[in-house]
Ligand binder design. Structure first.
Ligand SMILES: [Zn+2]
Length: 439
């Protein structure tokens, strides 16, 4: 990307003035960021660090995870598979200060290994994060191969170029170097804000930007609540700010949170029950999981009770409307043998029949349909099918049993219904007459 804004041009110019990563730093990385490896090939151990090979003295040695080289004395990790070439890739960082910017330089290093040869290395600076004193960051990086599945398939021949602001949202920005070069330099303001040289497993660019622009992060670091800080900076769904009152109680009483997901859940429960978040007894429990489960159960019971109450109220209201609407059909019932069809008279019946036959007459509020009359067919007093008859045409819209399927009584139900449609019709007329009478 060609630098366009003043800051982009400034950073591009400043980047050109940085001294290259030195040979000494490369040697440090080769020694400090890679594992040492061994492989078992044709009955012999091969040290991929010093090229020595030797025969195992006992059979059991062959299946160990680590062995010691008999020549260089290195502790070697066993390669799982024997192949011709072996490669290990790691990231590390060098920190510079340049014109009031904190620079985090990310270097990608490759270690190539082959039996009977000394390892060879390749180092390339792939990113520079430039952070100003307000914690704003811009990145220069190499290009990557967009057709690769990996997000960090660097094009090593490409130049370091300024990237758009949105680069911070990419996984490349979040690459966390395995180690930071020991003789690195940091801005004085970072030390003032609590940085003492440790990153606690966080990427330097993430920790630095947070320390410069976020007083919450600063407080957590200064009070040595590094677990809280890590959770705050690294968990996408954390709610440290929302729970700050509770966090402060933890800081004050030196409480260590064992499981942040459970703890944040637990704090939400404390809030639900309006419990005081300044009281350590509430916020910093010894038996977090047990208390969490207990409160959870209490909340579940309350919520269930509320839902049932709400449902009961809804049904009561709906019942009044339903009665007003369909009253003239109430009491209608026709039967033949053990089969009986009756008009549904209460909304509660819609709920029960919907549950029993696993269909949606209640959920989809069929009791509210003005242009339908709902009837229930029962065999030996057990609901077998639910019927929807259109008003005023009296067409049978639906007649369904369990799971919306026809029951064994389906034909019989339809016959009984059709034989008695005239009775429904009579009630419709009656409604008309009573209306006319009222006029
Ligand atoms: Zn060796």
């Amino acid at each position: 990307m060609i630098p366009k804004t003043i800051i982009e041009k400034q950073l591009t110019d400043l980047s050109a003035t940085l001294r290259p990563v030195t040979q000494r730093m490369h040697l440090w990385a080769e020694k400090n960021i890679f594992l040492k490896w061994a492989v078992l090939s044709r009955g012999k151990f091969h040290c991929l660090q010093c090229a020595h090979s030797w025969k195992p003295d006992a059979q059991k040695q062959c299946c160990q995870k680590y062995i010691n080289c008999t020549a260089c004395r290195g502790k070697l990790k066993m390669m799982q598979y024997n192949q011709v070439h072996f490669k290990e890739i790691e990231y590390w960082a060098v920190l510079n200060v340049c014109a009031d910017f904190q620079v985090v330089r990310i270097i990608c290093s490759h270690k190539h290994m082959k039996k009977n040869f000394l390892p060879t290395y390749f180092h390339k600076e792939v990113m520079q994060h430039w952070i100003n004193s307000k914690g704003e960051v811009r990145t220069l990086s190499l290009s990557t191969n967009v057709f690769s599945n990996a997000y960090d398939a660097w094009k090593y021949y490409s130049p370091l170029e300024i990237r758009p602001k949105s680069f911070v949202a990419t996984p490349k920005y979040r690459i966390n170097p395995y180690r930071v070069y020991s003789a690195s330099k940091v801005l004085a303001v970072l030390k003032r804000n609590g940085f003492k040289g440790s990153f606690y497993g966080m990427a330097p660019q993430a920790l630095f930007t947070a320390l410069l622009k976020d007083s919450y992060a600063e407080t957590l670091l200064k009070t040595k609540q590094t677990d809280f800080l890590k959770h705050y900076l690294l968990s996408p769904s954390q709610s440290i700010r929302e729970n700050w009152q509770a966090v402060k109680t933890c800081i004050k009483h030196g409480y260590k949170v064992a499981d942040f997901t459970i703890w944040e859940d637990y704090i939400d429960l404390l809030k639900f029950f309006k419990m005081d978040l300044n009281v350590p007894h509430n916020v910093c429990p010894e038996n977090l999981l047990e208390l969490h489960d207990r409160l959870m159960e209490r909340k579940r019971r309350i919520v269930r009770r509320q839902k049932i109450k709400q449902l009961r109220e809804e049904i009561e209201q709906a019942q009044a409307v339903y009665e007003e609407d369909k009253k003239q059909f109430f009491g209608l019932e026709f039967s033949h043998g053990n089969l009986r069809i009756s008009v549904m008279e209460s909304v509660r019946d819609f709920l029960d029949e919907g549950d029993l036959l696993r269909h949606c007459i209640f959920t989809n509020e069929y009791y509210k349909k003005k242009s339908s009359l709902m009837l229930s067919a029962k065999f030996e007093n057990k609901p077998v099918e639910t019927i929807e008859v259109a008003l005023p045409s009296l067409d049978v819209r639906q007649c369904r049993g369990e799971g919306n399927k026809a029951s064994v009584h389906h034909k019989e139900v339809l016959r009984l219904l059709k034989d008695n449609l005239y009775q429904i019709k009579k009630r419709m007329r009656r409604k008309k007459t009573s209306k006319q009478a009222g006029e």
